[in-house]
Design a protein around this ligand. Structure first.
Ligand code: MLT
Length: 267
């Protein structure tokens, strides 16, 4: 794990492989560990930059506490990371919260994006109901710690069959969330609740974009992801079978092949 002092805290990130750079941005409230099957597959031909977002994973040290973060703040952290590594442009790959941050990053720094891979994500802001549920989650984490976030999130992350059968994956992600710094979860949940609607940006995305979604995604359902893709001028869409919201982990073979085909097609 590499470390970088960035805007007052220590960001942990992996930097593996050589070749065209891919920035892999994880979902809520996880860490770069969720990209392990992609790192193993792609590091032979690509350079993979895999951060833990501020306050999450191993990037807790010095991260601000007791205030909400924002998708813009995470985007700015990532830009500082790319500047430090001397990377002018990357393929930005974001899953769920990583996708919300991809929209913010593209709004602020379009010249730094070679292409987008938007996985199991949506362009819309939270509905009022979802926002209220986030505030409930924040209260539960304040009272009971990170375990509350694991209890409330884990069942929705997987396809129903995978939740029952893939006890290894379920336990791995539950353990990851339970070990997470509670203030980092609160800061991230607040950022998600208060993120803007990125739907008006879709027709203005001027880079090739692959939208990937698990067939049984319960958080960002496939039909919405397909519509989102179709609003982007240069779009491709891939439906990952036998997978839910964690499509890259539930069906890595299919996910990796879809991403590889897209990357090879970039001119
Ligand atoms: C994620 O995977 O990042 C979250 O499920 C996103 C969300 O709750 O909207």
């Amino acid at each position: 794990m590499n470390q970088l002092t960035i805007n007052g805290y220590t960001m942990a990130y992996r930097d593996e492989g050589t070749g065209e750079p891919l920035l892999l941005v994880h979902g809520f409230p996880l860490s770069g560990v969720m990209w392990n099957p992609q790192i193993e597959e792609f590091k032979r031909d690509y350079r993979l930059i895999v951060p833990d977002l501020r306050g999450l994973g191993q990037s807790a040290a010095g991260a601000p506490t007791d205030r909400f973060s924002s998708v813009d703040e995470y985007a700015d952290d990532l830009r500082t990371l790319l500047d430090t590594l001397g990377l002018a442009k990357v393929v930005f790959v974001g899953l769920s919260m990583g996708g919300y941050i991809a929209f913010a990053f593209y709004r602020r720094y379009p010249e730094r994006v070679r292409a987008l891979v938007l996985c199991d994500t949506r362009s819309e802001a939270d509905s009022e109901e979802t926002r209220q549920n986030r505030y409930k989650l924040i209260e539960a984490v304040r009272e009971r710690g990170a375990g509350a976030a694991a209890d409330m999130n884990i069942p929705k992350l997987f396809a129903p069959a995978a939740y029952l059968d893939r006890t290894d994956l379920v336990a791995q992600l539950a353990g990851l969330i339970e070990r997470t710094h509670a203030p980092g979860i609160i800061a991230a949940a607040g950022a998600l609740a208060e993120r803007p609607d990125s739907t008006p940006d879709l027709p203005h995305i001027a880079v090739p974009t692959l939208v990937v979604v698990g067939q049984y995604d319960q958080i960002t359902p496939a039909e919405g992801a397909r519509k989102m893709a179709q609003a982007i001028p240069d779009w491709q869409f891939s439906l990952v079978p036998h997978a839910g919201h964690m499509s890259n982990l539930e069906n890595p073979e299919f996910f990796n092949q879809a991403m590889l085909t897209f990357l090879k097609g970039l001119k």
